[in-house]
Design a protein around this ligand. Structure first.
Ligand code: SF4
Length: 307
């Protein structure tokens, strides 16, 4: 660690103590931000941690919908998002108004909403899911037809694992579509022993070439298996920092160096310090929306606990 970073880390630690704050950090964050995490994980891990913590302040090092989810689960806590402009382009591909119109076209279909969505959209949904729990959530519903929003590719992946009729919203992650099947074919030739592991936000053509399709936390667990010595990684490249740190003797090859989410990378140590000093920017979901969104998030967490 550089001297400057060591000073910043010390400052963050003191501020955390003063504020009784906890730092929840997504797997796609910058390496130096990952290294100061109290908890690091994917959306599901972090929403569970947010629900359980007794800290007064949660600093969410992730994007806006994640901080909103923490606010939905913990209305009495202060939820800080160190860069208020850190959004998710996929989440912004849907609005509550457009979803209400779509629901009228499919009145019998429950809405399963990927957690990468605005709170207002969760409030219009029957149940949320994460990439780790999407198949389980869809299978748990007593309905023949499902309206799945907003990620068409995660929806498509789920449809290959269930007999239910799935209606997709045309959203997608601009970072994951940069991962191309042609590059996987090249890497398979170059590293024939490596396991190809991709995220379900990737396109069906990419998923078809994978050995495993996993959430980011699923990837971290999988990498620890003895038989995995090298892994071709198909997700946002921030995960490679954690994979290398936890498995220093193994090889991790990102499929695309361009698979970078600029929003995830906008949070820095300096911004974490400012947010703890000033207790802002704060993310707070209005109560009327929060209560309806919470029903959908709670249902997801319940299904997670049952499995
Ligand atoms: S990686 Fe994709 S889905 Fe995740 S926050 Fe960035 S744009 Fe959204």
């Amino acid at each position: 660690m550089e001297n400057r970073d060591a000073v910043l880390v010390e400052k963050i630690s003191a501020l955390k103590g003063r504020r009784n704050a906890v730092l929840l950090v997504h797997n796609y964050q910058l390496g130096e931000v990952q290294d100061i995490a109290d908890f690091i994980g994917d959306s599901l891990d972090l929403s569970q941690r947010a629900a359980e913590t007794d800290a007064d302040v949660i600093v969410f090092c992730g994007v806006h919908f994640m901080a909103e989810t923490a606010s939905i689960l913990c209305p009495d806590k202060v939820i800080l998002l160190p860069d208020i402009n850190a959004g998710c382009p996929m989440a912004n591909m849907i609005t509550a108004e457009r979803l209400r119109a779509k629901k009228k076209e499919h009145p019998q279909a429950p809405v399963v909403c990927y957690i990468n969505s605005p709170a207002e959209v969760k409030a219009e949904s029957d149940v949320c899911c994460t990439s780790a729990s999407a198949v389980r959530v869809v299978e748990s519903l007593d309905a023949r037809e499902i309206l799945f929003v907003p990620d068409q590719y995660l929806g498509h992946y789920v449809s290959t694992k269930t007999d239910k009729k799935m209606v997709f919203w045309p959203g997608f992650c601009p970072t994951h579509v940069r991962i191309k099947p042609e590059r996987i074919k090249e890497l398979k030739k170059e590293y024939p022993q490596a396991k190809v592991v991709v995220h379900p936000e990737c396109t069906p053509e990419v998923i078809a070439l994978a050995d495993e399709v996993l959430s980011t936390s699923g990837m971290c667990k999988y990498a620890q298996r003895n038989e995995v010595r090298a892994m071709v990684v198909g997700t946002e490249i921030g995960i490679v920092h954690r994979l290398k740190k936890e498995n220093p003797d193994k090889k991790f090859i990102p499929i695309s160096e361009q698979a970078i989410c600029p929003d995830m990378k906008s949070i820095t140590l300096d911004k974490v310090i400012s947010s703890l000093e000033e207790l802002k920017p704060e993310v707070k979901v209005p109560e009327q929306i929060r209560l309806r969104a919470k029903a959908a998030v709670d249902k997801m967490l319940e299904i997670g606990r049952e499995s």
